[in-house]
Design a protein around this ligand. Structure first.
Ligand SMILES: [Zn+2]
Ligand SMILES: [Zn+2]
Length: 270
């Protein structure tokens, strides 16, 4: 496993705009604003309908159409798929031409195939409106336990004789929580294993109480610190920080509040 972190671009500010580009997977996590580079990604995973997450869907699709790019695919919670279609229809009427797009309603437990043999599955989250997160999966092969420590020449010989020395296993590459209360860390086991966890942490200190954060359907850093044992051990991306906090302030607070073992795993997308 390489220790290089997956490249992420874009922005995420609570209540303002969230659109996180993942160029290596050809996708964007939510579409609260459509940047010049987000247009290049053909898949958008929509966590919920709040407009700081879904307000630029029509812009993304219409710009791709204008640039003669293939029709994009939007994965959306089943509960809002009809409204998203109507949004595209209304935008097409305003624009004087239909907006080519593929809206896919998907629920936790269902699977959607991505390019490169990867796939994604939504998981339930806990927000004020219908919402879900997503994990992108990949199948890899590893040496079966009984052959650990076997010399290379002996392994090659086994393979020549048709012995299966490898076994497949599914790896959670990237998980995105969207907006949610912190319970998601307890209820979705794959979040403890995923290689990159992109999670909302809307509030970082006493300016907003844990109680108020929960009432709004969001995560407070206090709650994350209480559950540090549940966090994955490779790459954690905090996002969706409240606009109350400036960028330098965010970095200062996060650096000051995280224990050493977490500080090196965490990056913040603002
Ligand atoms: Zn939000
Ligand atoms: Zn929201």
């Amino acid at each position: 496993m390489s220790n290089e972190r997956i490249v992420l671009a874009g922005f995420s500010v609570a209540g303002v705009e969230t659109a996180i580009e993942v160029p290596s997977l050809k996708l964007v996590l939510d579409m609260g604003r459509c940047s010049r580079t987000a247009v290049n990604q053909p898949f958008v995973l929509v966590s919920h309908g709040h407009l700081d997450h879904a307000g630029a869907l029509t812009q993304h699709a219409s710009r791709r159409s204008m640039m003669k790019m293939p029709e994009p695919t939007y994965l959306v919670p089943g509960a809002i798929a009809g409204e998203v279609e109507r949004l595209f229809d209304a935008a097409g009427t305003l624009d004087g031409q239909p907006i080519p797009r593929r809206v896919v309603a998907i629920e936790p437990g269902q699977t959607f195939a991505l390019p490169g043999g990867r796939w994604l599955r939504p998981f339930p989250t806990f927000h004020r409106v219908a919402s879900q997160g997503y994990t992108v999966w990949e199948r890899r092969h590893r040496l079966r336990a009984e052959f650990q420590g076997t010399a290379g020449a002996a392994l090659a010989d086994l393979k020549r004789r048709g012995v299966e020395v490898d076994e497949p296993h599914d790896v959670a590459l990237l998980s995105f929580t969207g907006d949610t209360r912190v319970e998601v860390l307890e209820s979705v086991p794959e979040l403890q294993q995923t290689e990159t966890l992109v999670m909302e942490t809307s509030f970082l200190d006493g300016r907003v109480s844990v109680e108020d954060a929960r009432a709004m359907g969001h995560i407070h850093l206090d709650e994350v610190l209480d559950r540090r044992a549940l966090l994955p051990r490779r790459d954690i991306v905090f996002c969706h920080v409240s606009a109350r906090y400036g960028q330098a302030e965010i970095e200062r607070i996060v650096a000051a509040r995280l224990p050493d073992e977490l500080r090196e795993l965490v990056r913040v997308l603002v």
